[in-house]
Write a protein that binds this ligand. Structure first.
Ligand SMILES: NC(=O)c1ccc[n+]([C@@H]2O[C@H](COP(=O)([O-])OP(=O)(O)OC[C@H]3O[C@@H](n4cnc5c(N)ncnc54)[C@H](O)[C@@H]3O)[C@@H](O)[C@H]2O)c1
Length: 277
């Protein structure tokens, strides 16, 4: 028996990376899944992989009518909506603060925050009627701590965490849970910075970002998908309003190995500056 048998999920950004891994895992656990993405070819391919359990809807998450239409199509086709995973995203505006244009500011927030807001907004009436539902969104370790990504990406992802908490407080009484996931560096086209990365480019990311994580490696999309599955399923039935870090420990702090050697090695005195000695 699958953990999502009989359930219906919409996954934005489902054509690639974390979204694609989640689409596959949700379907393997029995869900029917709508792959909602801008990328038509990859999205169609993904839906075809799922056979009768999947369908593709082309959506730009910045457009309210398109997000609403994707959710309406889901309910028309399968009669319900148990989970929306607001996961679509991109890297956003680059560079120093003084160089960022208002157009790039708007686009960054439109995709990363408005897109999440629209998914939540249009899933809510259906879930309220059902008196059940799990809303999941992808934030980032960069939304927890500054200095891990560009300015606006970090701020938008922090916004996703706060929106999640705020909405969870409103929707709890309707038995609707809202949580987000904060990944560390995950091997996807976004993290590599190429739509179809080569093995060499992927190896470059693995090597370059591994040392930042206490676990000493970067993450895989499937590791985020497993967290999404937990949040979508009844296994997390008493969990709402949470920002779940799935990040190899990166938000816990600096890896032990990066502390000054003096702190890491054993000393005859055992304690540093005992008062009076
Ligand atoms: N990869 C990482 O290291 C990492 C870390 C933290 C958070 N995230 C977040 O995870 C999420 C998934 O990213 P990924 O790493 O799997 O990247 P990805 O590029 O592999 O996938 C992102 C998907 O989102 C889609 N998308 C982008 N803009 C869209 C829009 N306006 N409307 C509809 N679809 C759109 C893309 O077409 C793509 O299929 C993003 O929100 C990202 O910010 C990624």
């Amino acid at each position: 028996m699958g953990k999502l048998d009989g359930q219906v999920a919409v996954i934005t950004g489902g054509a690639s990376g974390i979204g694609a891994a989640t689409v596959r895992l949700f379907a393997a656990e029995g869900a029917r899944v709508v792959v909602a993405d801008m990328q038509e070819d990859k999205g169609q391919e993904m839906a075809q992989e799922l056979g009768d359990q999947g369908t593709f809807v082309q959506v730009n998450v910045t457009q309210e009518a398109e997000v609403k239409a994707a959710i309406d199509t889901t309910v028309e086709r399968w009669g319900r909506l148990d989970c929306i995973y607001n996961n679509a995203g991109f890297g956003g505006a680059l560079g120093p603060i003084e160089s960022i244009s208002v157009e790039d500011y708007d686009m960054t927030f439109d995709v990363l925050l408005k897109g999440v807001f629209l998914g939540i907004k249009h899933a809510t009436p259906i879930m309220k009627k059902q008196q059940s539902g799990s809303i999941i969104s992808t934030s980032s370790a960069a939304g927890v701590e500054a200095g891990m990504a560009t300015h606006l990406y970090s701020v938008a992802k922090a916004g996703v965490i706060h929106l999640t908490k705020s909405v969870a407080l409103e929707l709890g009484e309707f038995n609707i849970r809202a949580n987000c996931i904060c990944p560390g560096a995950i091997v996807t086209p976004l993290a590599v910075g190429r739509p179809s990365p080569t093995d060499k480019q992927v190896a470059g990311l693995r090597k370059g970002a591994a040392h930042l994580h206490p676990l000493g490696r970067v993450g895989e999309p499937e590791e985020i998908a497993k967290a999404a599955l937990w949040l979508a399923s009844d296994d997390s039935s008493f969990v709402t309003g949470q920002a779940l870090a799935v990040d190899g420990g990166i938000t816990a702090g600096r890896p032990w190995r990066d502390l000054p050697e003096f702190h890491r090695t054993s000393h005859p005195i055992r304690m540093y500056r005992v008062p009076g000695k």
